[in-house]
Ligand binder design. Structure first.
Ligand SMILES: [Zn+2]
Length: 298
């Protein structure tokens, strides 16, 4: 956490910049949580239903989740806490947010590309396991890619909302989902993944912009998801310098880290290039790439 914050400061940034309705939005690293509930291994019934279907070989039948907080609050996971310290297993989870905001359809129709198939192919070629936090709107725009990612055992699809609207306000200019609609917005994304034919779907949720509060955690309880933040901000959104992104990640990663990047070409154009440097360097340091489900279950 401190490392990523320091790096952001060094770059004069407050956080990773994300797209939101044509405006730039900023995702800040999560505040350190006082305590994280222990991981458990049974997903919620709702999440199980969302992930129902043929089970690919390498996806656990029951992805680990975390126990709800007091009063049933949606639990929040940031990274493998025991990853710090000497002798910790050198694993790192790369996560890629596939962003598309509900009202960006006209921009896609004009040719703006919110997908990044070259990035996915590079992850496959380099044999990197990864978790894609996909919006439902993205899955609707790119159903073939959603299906391909969601049937490749190397990947798992997690939920980044349907609309990519904010779940707490203010959130960098994003429109806000009404509290009573939050669980439905998340379920609508799971439905979109299913309709696209994805099967490797895990009951994890990333808040658009990383913005949340207790009211959002309460409103999301019926969705049965574990919220997933991160401890390393890549700074890939709107970056033009792949080496700067790579260095920020390489400086920030510790054993058990969870890195946030993007699978949205128009908003993160150098991510694939940065990955080609990040992956061999982390491997040279002894790191192994895992999906969030493995990080959380370890
Ligand atoms: Zn996002």
């Amino acid at each position: 956490m401190n490392i990523s914050v320091r790096n952001l400061t060094a770059l004069g940034l407050l956080g990773a910049v994300l797209v939101g309705c044509g405006r730039e939005a900023v995702e800040t690293p999560p505040a350190p949580s006082a305590k994280e509930p222990a991981a458990r291994t049974s997903p919620s019934p709702r999440a199980s239903a969302a992930a129902a279907g043929p089970k690919p070989a390498r996806v656990p039948a029951a992805p680990p989740t975390m126990a709800p907080g007091p009063g049933g609050l949606t639990p929040v996971y940031t990274h493998r806490a025991k990853g710090a310290g000497k002798g910790a297993e050198k694993v790192v989870a790369l996560t890629f947010d596939a962003d598309m905001t509900a009202d960006q359809g006209p921009r896609a129709a004009q040719g703006e590309r919110f997908d990044n198939p070259q990035l996915i192919e590079t992850l496959r070629r380099l044999k990197v396991d990864a978790t894609v936090f996909m919006t439902g709107r993205w899955a609707e725009e790119y159903p073939d890619q959603a299906k391909s990612i969601g049937r490749d055992p190397r990947f798992e699809i997690a939920n980044h909302s349907y609309s990519h609207y904010a779940f707490a306000s203010p959130c960098y200019g994003l429109p806000t989902v009404a509290k009573p609609d939050m669980a439905d917005d998340v379920q609508r994304a799971f439905d979109a993944f299913r309709d696209a034919g994805a099967v490797n779907v895990v009951p994890y949720f990333r808040f658009p912009g990383g913005c949340y509060d207790d009211a959002a955690l309460h409103a999301l309880a019926p969705a049965g998801v574990t919220a997933v933040q991160w401890d390393v901000v890549s700074g890939d959104a709107f970056a033009q310098d792949a080496d700067a992104v790579a260095e920020q990640v390489l400086d920030g990663v510790k054993p058990g880290s969870l890195v946030v990047m993007h699978c949205t070409r128009s908003a993160a154009p150098v991510t694939e290039q940065a990955i080609r440097r990040i992956v061999p360097e982390l491997r040279a340091r002894g790191y192994r790439f895992v999906k969030v489900s493995e990080l959380m279950g370890g």
